[in-house]
Design a protein around this ligand. Structure first.
Ligand code: ZN
Length: 197
């Protein structure tokens, strides 16, 4: 059972017009009765606030036993090296190295924690669906980089297929009570956005 979901580092991105200037992913901690699961590790530049966030949650890097990367772009994996004892998971389409457990299908990896393939931004993008306190939280990675994408119904700026990306957004919105986007504040999706396509 999941006991808590907590953003330990809130990511952000800056862009000018359609040019991405800087991006640092969010890093989220999911605690269950027996495991500490971390989703994404942001960038090297954010190592110190990430460690502070972990410390504020009462944990050291070696306490993380499962590390999930929503995908393998460098702004989501920059501090993976801090968590070497953890089992690492990424989708096979991301071509992870041999240190990763290669995920090929949607699965419940622990009670209350499910992996869901949400491609579009990259072929192997996946979201982590967490059930806690009767609510469903979706840690979306860059399937939904910011709240703005959802409100304007725009696919992630970087995508290999627009309709696949929008379909992933739609599937996430249908499920989620709360969304933790790849780069920005967690939010409750507007129920009206569920009917968009
Ligand atoms: Zn990305």
């Amino acid at each position: 059972m999941v006991t808590s979901v907590r953003v330990i580092f809130e990511g952000w991105l800056s862009r000018q017009d359609d040019v991405l200037l800087e991006a640092h992913s969010t890093s989220t901690l999911v605690v269950t009765e027996g495991h500490n699961v971390l989703v994404d590790t942001s960038t090297k530049q954010q190592r110190s606030p990430l460690l502070q966030g972990l410390k504020a949650a009462g944990l050291r890097p070696e306490d993380i036993d499962i590390l999930i990367n929503t995908h393998l772009h460098p702004d989501h994996t920059g501090n993976n090296d801090l968590f070497t004892p953890a089992s690492k998971m990424a989708r096979s389409e991301e071509h992870p190295d041999a240190s990763f457990m290669c995920i090929t299908e949607d699965a419940e990896i622990l009670p209350g924690i499910r992996l869901m393939h949400t491609p579009g931004h990259s072929r192997g993008s996946m979201s982590v669906v967490v059930e806690t306190d009767g609510r469903r939280c979706v840690i979306a990675g860059d399937a939904i980089p910011t709240r703005d994408n959802l409100e304007k119904w725009r696919p992630p700026m970087i995508h290999y297929d627009r309709s696949v990306a929008l379909d992933s957004m739609r599937r996430i919105v249908e499920l989620a009570d709360v969304i933790i986007p790849g780069h920005g504040k967690a939010f409750e999706p507007d129920p009206r956005s569920r009917t968009k396509r």
